[in-house]
Design a protein around this ligand. Structure first.
Ligand code: NAD
Length: 483
């Protein structure tokens, strides 16, 4: 399957409905993190290519914005069908270039496709509003219009889903797009372009430009007056840079940034359910998710039992190449990711934490880090402040609800939080007090194309998914009318 998938995937730029090499002729390597072998060479887009793509998107905009919503919806629906038919192929490709276990990759392929189906349904439900002005002098009408040409920048950890979570609503709203995928995982994005082309998206409506010089290419596009929106998913660090760039041309921005999710376990929780939820919240994608539980706060009376049982579950996971049958945890995306996880773990151990399982670099080749559970983690450890982005669960104890909330909120991030308790009133009370855009109560998974996904504080601006996700690609126009 793997050789077959790689032989079919496009590796050129997709601009104006045609596949073409980069203007400067460059290509860059894509590697399989399980073996560090080069699996493909992809065209390396230049500033000129980025601006050509903006040009194509700009020329296609009036026609696409004027296309009847039903027709736009049918194309998105067809894209969902094609992705569903090709789900195994998409999953294999994700697993090859990103490293994640095939089961996680299959989950991503389904989740990614669902954004097209959901937005096919939302595209025909773009309601406006009409009301009488309080003075009675006129009517207030509000219509939602496509924001225009959008630049979409996506990360490597969900190479399919982060692309469809942006393209689905953008296309549904009548916008045209230029997608700049992460350089570690451009192949999945190129396959998405091929699928959208097959689904009938007109030329120029979707353009995909992989580029190693991402800063220069994205900056040039964002400074082009024809670009009216920048939607970014990635680290908070790069998000800050892009917000400054967007300020120059006052471009509309959506920022889906890093997370540092707390996972709270109260003594009244169903411990078995909490452990199951912890495994999902921590280990989906091998821990390489913005929603990954990054810090576990467990009430003192159940902390020992929770930690011991979590360590047993983590230690039993099968680590190996993502594409190999039976693998539950694949390699991390690259060597730098392994190094970062290792540094955070070593820092915590040096400061007095204990590893119940894992805690050191494994000897096998490839970009691996073994599942690890740390206890007695000092409150000021970097591992509690920074995104780990790996299979490591640091556990801290708390004694009362107020402390748990205080610890959970003690971070610049605010994407998602998880709460396990048998008392629903407590669950809701704590959810309201948590500074995060999303909360899972007795659930280790919140992502859903039908729900507004996004963060507060330095985890981002805007929402993706749900009806809010569609509105993020529109401008509200107010028309005052006397009739
Ligand atoms: P990253 O910020 O390094 O890169 C993201 C994208 O930005 C890539 O396409 C990259 O090539 C590009 N990029 C990098 N520097 C740039 C620059 N100066 N100008 C323009 N583009 C630039 O993030 P990553 O390592 O690919 O992804 C992991 C991060 O993404 C984590 O912090 C994770 O939490 C976050 N993430 C957030 C969400 C969310 O919805 N909030 C979802 C997935 C991932």
């Amino acid at each position: 399957m793997t050789a077959d998938v790689l032989s079919k995937v496009p590796t050129d730029l997709f601009i104006g409905g045609t596949w073409r090499p980069a203007s400067e002729g460059g290509r860059f390597d894509v590697t399989d993190p399980a073996t560090r072998e080069v699996i493909a060479q992809v065209a390396d887009g230049s500033v000129e290519d980025g601006l050509d793509a903006v040009n194509a998107a700009s020329e296609a905009l009036p026609g696409w914005a004027a296309t009847p919503p039903r027709q736009r919806a049918e194309i998105l629906r067809r894209a969902w069908e094609l992705m569903t038919e090709r789900a195994d192929e998409i999953a294999t490709l994700i697993s090859l270039e990103n490293g994640k276990a095939l089961t996680d990759a299959k989950g991503e392929a389904t989740y990614a496709a669902e954004f097209f189906r959901w937005y096919a349904e939302e595209t025909v439900r773009m309601d406006g509003m009409v009301t009488t002005a309080p003075s009675g002098a006129n009517r207030i009408m509000v219509v939602h219009q496509p924001v225009g040409v959008c630049v979409l920048v996506t990360p490597w950890n969900f190479p399919a889903a982060m692309a469809t979570r942006k393209m689905g609503p953008a296309l549904g709203a009548g916008c045209t797009v230029v997608l700049k995928p992460a350089s570690d995982t451009p192949l999945t994005a190129l396959l998405m372009a091929q699928i959208l082309d097959d689904a009938g998206v007109p030329k120029g409506v979707v353009n995909v430009v992989p580029a190693r010089r991402s800063g220069a290419v994205v900056s040039a596009m964002v400074h082009d007056d024809r670009v009216r929106k920048l939607s970014f998913t990635g680290s908070t660090e790069v998000g800050r840079v892009l917000l400054k760039e967007a300020a120059d041309t006052i471009v509309n921005t959506s920022m889906e940034l890093g997370g540092n999710a707390p996972f709270l376990v109260f003594a009244d929780a169903d411990l078995e359910a909490a452990l199951e939820g912890a495994m999902i919240a921590k280990m989906r994608n091998g821990g390489e998710a913005c929603t990954a539980a990054n810090r576990f706060y467990v009430e003192e009376s159940v902390a020992e039992e929770f930690s011991t049982r979590l360590a047993a579950k983590m230690g039993a996971l099968k680590v190996g190449p993502g594409t190999e049958a039976g693998t539950q945890v694949g390699p991390l995306v690259n060597d730098a990711a392994v190094q970062k996880v290792d540094e955070l773990v070593r820092g915590a151990l040096d400061a007095g934490a204990r590893a119940l399982v894992g805690g050191q670099l494994p000897e096998r080749g490839g970009c691996y880090y073994d599942p690890t559970v740390l206890v007695d983690v000092p409150a000021d450890s970097a591992i509690l402040r920074e995104e780990i982005f790996g299979p490591v669960a640091p556990i801290v104890t708390f004694t009362d609800e107020a402390d748990a909330i205080r610890y959970a909120n003690d971070t610049e991030y605010g994407l998602v939080a998880y709460v396990y308790t048998g008392d629903l009133a407590r669950g809701l009370r704590v959810s309201e007090a948590l500074e995060s855009g999303m909360v899972g109560i007795n659930r280790g998974l919140v992502s859903d194309p039908a729900a507004p996904f996004g963060g507060v504080k330095q985890s981002g601006i805007g929402r993706e998914g749900g009806h809010e996700g569609l509105l993020d690609y529109t401008e509200s126009k107010y028309i005052a009318v006397t009739w």
